[in-house]
Write a new protein. Structure first.
Length: 149
C-alpha cells in the first residue's frame, strides 16, 4: 500500500492509496461512510492474483483529503478525473461500498467514456420518504448534508 496525495486545481489535497499490482487493471474504490482510503484493509491477494490496481480515494473531508464546501456527489467525479489524469489512466472500473455507492455512480455518470464497469456493494437505497422512516436520526441528518448536484 502506498499513501499518496495530489493537489487539485483549487488547491485542495486529494488523498489516495494504491493496492495490488502497479500496472494492473485500474479500479477506483469509493469507501463507505465515516471511513477513508484505508478501508481497503482486506486480504488483497485477490488483487495481486488477478492483476488489479485498486486506487482507494479519500472523499473530500475524509482521511487526508481536504473538505470541499462546494462539493457534491457529482462534482467528486471531477476530483477523480484529475487523479486518473495524473496517474495516466484512461479507462477504469469503479467500485462503491455502502455510502461510497452514490459517489461511484456519480463517477460512472460524469465520466461515462472512461468507466468500463461499475460495481456496488451494500449500496444505499434511494433516499426518499420511505427510506427515511427506517434510518436513524444521525444517518438522516448526515444524508441531508450531502447535496447531489
Amino acid at each position: 500500500m502506498e499513501n499518496k496525495h495530489i493537489l487539485l486545481k483549487d488547491n485542495r489535497k486529494l488523498g489516495y492509496s494504491e493496492y495490488g499490482t502497479k500496472n494492473g487493471y485500474p479500479i477506483i474504490y469509493c469507501h463507505g461512510s465515516q471511513s477513508s482510503r484505508l478501508e481497503m484493509h482486506y486480504d488483497l491477494s485477490f488483487a495481486i492474483n488477478n492483476d488489479l490496481r485498486i486506487i482507494s480515494i479519500d472523499r473530500p473531508g475524509h482521511g487526508v483529503s481536504d473538505f470541499n464546501s462546494n462539493g457534491t456527489v457529482l462534482s467528486f467525479a471531477n476530483d477523480v478525473k484529475a487523479l486518473t489524469e495524473h496517474l495516466g489512466i484512461k479507462k477504469f472500473s469503479v467500485l462503491g461500498m455502502s455510502a461510497g455507492a452514490p459517489f461511484a455512480m456519480g463517477i460512472s455518470y460524469v465520466l461515462s467514456d472512461a468507466v468500463k464497469k461499475l460495481g456496488l456493494v451494500s449500496g444505499f437505497a434511494p433516499y426518499n420518504d420511505e427510506s427515511k422512516k427506517v434510518l436513524s436520526k444521525e444517518i438522516n441528518f448526515m444524508l441531508k448534508q450531502i447535496p447531489v448536484a
